[in-house]
Design a protein around this ligand. Sequence first.
Ligand SMILES: [Zn+2]
Ligand SMILES: [Zn+2]
Length: 242
Amino acid sequence: MEITLEEAAFGVEKEITIPRNEQCPDCKGSGAADEDSISTCPDCNGSGYVRRTQRTHFGIFSTSGPCGKCRGEGKYIKEECKECDGTGLVHTRKKITLKIPPGAEEGTNLRIAGAGEAGERGGTQGDLYIVLHMKQHPVFEREGDDIHAKVKLPFTVAALGGEIDVPTLEGKARLKIPPGTQSNTVLRMREKGIPYLHNHGRGDELVEVVIEVPDHLTKKQKKLLEDFAKEGSKGILGKVFG
Ligand SMILES: [Zn+2]
Ligand SMILES: [Zn+2]
């Protein structure tokens, strides 16, 4: 089953429909039309095994194997159940509510006891196994219990410092940007990642900031930046063209 990152992070209940065989309600899995239709197998006297003797050149051999008439069950059905044609099973589609725990990851295997196929001839119901796969997220990449996001950072905020809105698994949050932040700096938001599956606490969100330079400037902005560059050229910024 495919689930989203948010579903994996916080857990979810999902209803699924699976095709499966269930015990026939008419014959309770026996496969017989009624109680009287079940009789002890005449071939094996109910043991389920038959002994065969073979005469060969080397002597007489005796082998024992499952009875062919009753397929080793020891019981013989005279009249089969009409509902299930004597199989004891009916094919159904079953709705099952799945509880996916917070912190589930790629390949997590969920076992739902007793939700599988019915056993033969009224035997116990098997289990259902669901393997989880993660859908790709448009914003976040998962690294263990941490999540990673790339966020654009206006160059003015990068230089002066400030706060920006960043996406988290629970919606937008404010992230503090220290003055002089360089492009591709990774800032850590503690406990904004995926909750641990087996423990308290959760991973972090790692925000990589990518400095965005405006591709269009107003006249005033251009003038201000030119002044800034001239000021800077005394020190660290180098020569300005234009
Ligand atoms: Zn039946
Ligand atoms: Zn038999």
